[in-house]
Design a protein around this ligand. Sequence first.
Ligand SMILES: *[C@@H]1O[C@H](CO)[C@@H](O)[C@H](O)[C@H]1NC(C)=O
Ligand SMILES: *[C@@H]1O[C@H](CO)[C@@H](O)[C@H](O)[C@H]1NC(C)=O
Ligand SMILES: *[C@@H]1O[C@H](CO)[C@@H](O)[C@H](O)[C@H]1NC(C)=O
Ligand SMILES: *[C@@H]1O[C@H](CO)[C@@H](O)[C@H](O)[C@H]1NC(C)=O
Ligand SMILES: *[C@@H]1O[C@H](CO)[C@@H](O)[C@H](O)[C@H]1NC(C)=O
Ligand SMILES: *[C@@H]1O[C@H](CO)[C@@H](O)[C@H](O)[C@H]1NC(C)=O
Ligand SMILES: *[C@@H]1O[C@H](CO)[C@@H](O)[C@H](O)[C@H]1NC(C)=O
Ligand SMILES: *[C@@H]1O[C@H](CO)[C@@H](O)[C@H](O)[C@H]1NC(C)=O
Ligand SMILES: *[C@@H]1O[C@H](CO)[C@@H](O)[C@H](O)[C@H]1NC(C)=O
Ligand SMILES: CC(=O)N[C@H]1CO[C@H](CO)[C@@H](O)[C@@H]1O
Ligand SMILES: [Cu+2]
Length: 565
Amino acid sequence: MKQIIFLLYIGLVLIQASYQCYSLSHYTFVVKEARYTRLCHTKSILTVNGHFPGPPIYAHKGDTIIVKVINNSKHNITMHWHGVKQPRNPWSDGPEYITQCPIQPGSMFRQSVILSDEEGTVWWHAHSEWARATVHGPIIVYPKYGASYPFPKPDFEVPIILGEWWKSDVYEVYREFIASGGDPNVSDALTINGQPGALFNCSKPGTFKIFVDQGQRVLLRIINSAMNIIMFFAVSNHCLTVVGTDGSYTKPLTSDYILISPGQTMDAILTANHNSGCYYMAARAYSTASAVPFDNTTTTAILQYNKGCNSHSSPKLPNLPYYNDTNAAYSFTSSLRSLASKEHPIDVPRNPTQRIFSTLSINTLPCPGNRACEGVNGTILRASMNNMSFVLPSTIDVLEAYYYNIKGVYLEHFPKFPPLVFNYTAEYQNLLLLTPNLTTRVKVIPYGSIVEMIMQGTSLGAAIDHPMHLHGYSFYVIGSGFGNFDKHTDPDNYNLLDPPIQNTVVVPINGWTTIRFVANNPGVWYMHCHLDRHQTWGMMTAFIVLDGSDQEAQVLPPPPDMPPC
Ligand SMILES: *[C@@H]1O[C@H](CO)[C@@H](O)[C@H](O)[C@H]1NC(C)=O
Ligand SMILES: *[C@@H]1O[C@H](CO)[C@@H](O)[C@H](O)[C@H]1NC(C)=O
Ligand SMILES: *[C@@H]1O[C@H](CO)[C@@H](O)[C@H](O)[C@H]1NC(C)=O
Ligand SMILES: *[C@@H]1O[C@H](CO)[C@@H](O)[C@H](O)[C@H]1NC(C)=O
Ligand SMILES: *[C@@H]1O[C@H](CO)[C@@H](O)[C@H](O)[C@H]1NC(C)=O
Ligand SMILES: *[C@@H]1O[C@H](CO)[C@@H](O)[C@H](O)[C@H]1NC(C)=O
Ligand SMILES: *[C@@H]1O[C@H](CO)[C@@H](O)[C@H](O)[C@H]1NC(C)=O
Ligand SMILES: *[C@@H]1O[C@H](CO)[C@@H](O)[C@H](O)[C@H]1NC(C)=O
Ligand SMILES: *[C@@H]1O[C@H](CO)[C@@H](O)[C@H](O)[C@H]1NC(C)=O
Ligand SMILES: CC(=O)N[C@H]1CO[C@H](CO)[C@@H](O)[C@@H]1O
Ligand SMILES: [Cu+2]
C-alpha cells in the first residue's frame, strides 16, 4: 500500500515536472561515518557515501531529481537542497523542525528535488545541528538540452568548495558551544575541496590542483560551505570573471578577488593566460566584528600549467583583501548585476504589497545562575530578527503543524517592523535593549504578495555582516548601504533595472539591504542567517506563504514517507 501511495506521489511530482521533456534522475545518499586525516590527525566525520566533500548532483534546468537519503549514522539528519526553489514542495526542503522531523538513525526519506528556473550552481547540505560542516556537495544545473551558456563555452569546469575543518569532532564543538553560552571554538583550518592546502605542512601532499594549458577557459563553480566564515577568494596573477551567482546568471564581472558568504555560490571563468607556472588560489576570512574570534588561516589550492612550474620557489600567494576590509567586500558584492538579457529576462516587481523591515541583532540573556554563561560579560549569547530570537519547535515541524492545523507549535505575527525604534547603528547601545524575546514566530503571507524586505544590521551585541538566506525563493537585491536605512532617500537609489538574483545576501556591517520577491511558492520557507552560530542563536524566522485559489498555487500533498517525530 505504502508503495502504491509512493508511486502515486512520484506520479504527481512527474506531472508537475512534465510540461516539457525533462528528465528524472535518481541518487542514493547514504549518510555514514568515514575516517579522514587532515592536519596530521585522523577522525571520523559524517559523510554522504563516504565522500568528503560529498558527491555532486548533475542536472539540467527544470529536471526533477529523486534522492533516497538513508541514515546509516548515529545522528539525526536532514538534507536541504540549497537554492532549489522546490515549487509547491516544501516537504523535501529539509531544515529540521521547520519542514520535517529528522531522519533518525536507521531510517530513510525519499526527497524530490524539483528544479525550475535555477541554472548554474546550487548545492546540497545537511540542515540539522552542525552536520553541514562535512555533509555537503554541489548541484550542477546545466542549461536545457540544446541550449548553451550565455558566455563562451569553457574548456572544462571544476567545483571549488570552500569549507572549515576542526581537528575535534564537530558534534563535540557544537555540544560545547551550546553548553557554554558563548562563542563556538574557531576551526583549525579553512579548506578548498576538503583540503587545507600547502600552508599546512602535513596537508601539503593533499593540496587540490587544477591542471591547465595556456589559453584554456575554466569554469570554477565556487561554493562557500563554511559554517561561520565569509571568505575572500583569489587566484594569483589571474582575474576571475563572475558569470553567475546562486543559480542565476550575472553580467560578466571581472575582478582580482571575490567575496563569498556561507550559502552563496559563484560561477567564475578563469582564463589560463600564462604560458607555464604554478599559481596559488587561496581563500581566507572576511571578519568584521572586533572581539569575535575567527579562523584567520589561509587555505590554498594550486593552478598548475601542464608545461610545469617554472621555478623551484613555491607558487606566489594572491593578494587577498585584509580580514576586515569592508570596502573591498562591499565594492565586490554591490557590483553584481543580473544578466537581464533577452534569453534570461528579469521582472523586478514594483509596488510591494507586503513590506517588512527587520533588524538583525546579536543579543545576550542574563545568566540564570545554574549553567555556564561564557557570553560577553557573563551572559548567554543569542541573536534575533526584530528582537525575536527564534526557538525551534521540538515535537513537530512548522510545516506539518501548519498543514495539519496543529496548534501550539508556532505563533504568527512575526513583527513587520522592529518593536522598538532606536539608533540601530549607534556606537554605544543601551544595554537594556540586549535581551531578545525567545519565541517561535512566523510571518504569514497571502499567495501572490509582492514582498519587500529591508534587513537592517544593528550594533547591538556586536556589529557584524550577516549572510541572510531564504528558502523556496530567489530574490532581487535592489539596494544596500551603510548606516540606518532612510526610507525617504535610500529608495531613490534602488536598482530596478538589473539587480542580482540571489538566495543569500550579505547584509553589510552596520548597514542594510533591501530584497524583493513575489510570494508565488506556497509552503513554509525558512529564512535565516547562514553563519551557523547566529542561526543556532536564533537569527531566523519562517514565511508561511498561503495557498492561492488555483490548484497550481497550492502545496502538493505530503509524501507518504515523511520522517515521524
Ligand atoms: C575548544 O577550545 C578549548 C580552548 O582552547 C579547548 O579546551 C576545548 O577542548 C576545545 N573543544 C573542542 C571540542 O575542540
Ligand atoms: C613547516 O615546515 C617548515 C619546514 O620544514 C618549518 O620551518 C615550519 O616551522 C613548519 N610549520 C609548521 C606550522 O609546522
Ligand atoms: C591569527 O590569530 C592568532 C590567534 O588569535 C594570532 O596569534 C595570529 O597573530 C593571527 N594571525 C594573523 C595573520 O593575523
Ligand atoms: C582592521 O584591522 C587593522 C589591524 O588590526 C586595524 O588597524 C584597522 O583599524 C581595522 N580596520 C577597521 C575598518 O576596523
Ligand atoms: C546613530 O549613531 C551613529 C554612530 O554613532 C551616528 O553617527 C548617527 O549620527 C546616529 N544617528 C542618529 C539619528 O542619532
Ligand atoms: C527586546 O524585547 C525585550 C523583552 O520584551 C526588551 O527588554 C528589549 O528591550 C527589546 N529590545 C529591542 C532592541 O527591541
Ligand atoms: C516580548 O517579551 C515581553 C516580555 O516577555 C512580552 O511582554 C512581549 O509581549 C513580547 N513581545 C512580543 C512581540 O512577543
Ligand atoms: C559589557 O560590560 C561593559 C561594562 O559594563 C559594557 O561597557 C559593555 O558594553 C558590555 N558589553 C555587552 C555586549 O554587554
Ligand atoms: C532525533 O529526532 C527525534 C525525533 O524528532 C527526537 O525525538 C530525538 O530527541 C532526536 N535525537 C537527538 C539526539 O537529537
Ligand atoms: C541500515 C541501518 O540501520 N544502518 C545503520 C543505521 O544507524 C545505526 C546506528 O548508528 C547503525 O547501527 C546501523 O548499522
Ligand atoms: Cu548572522
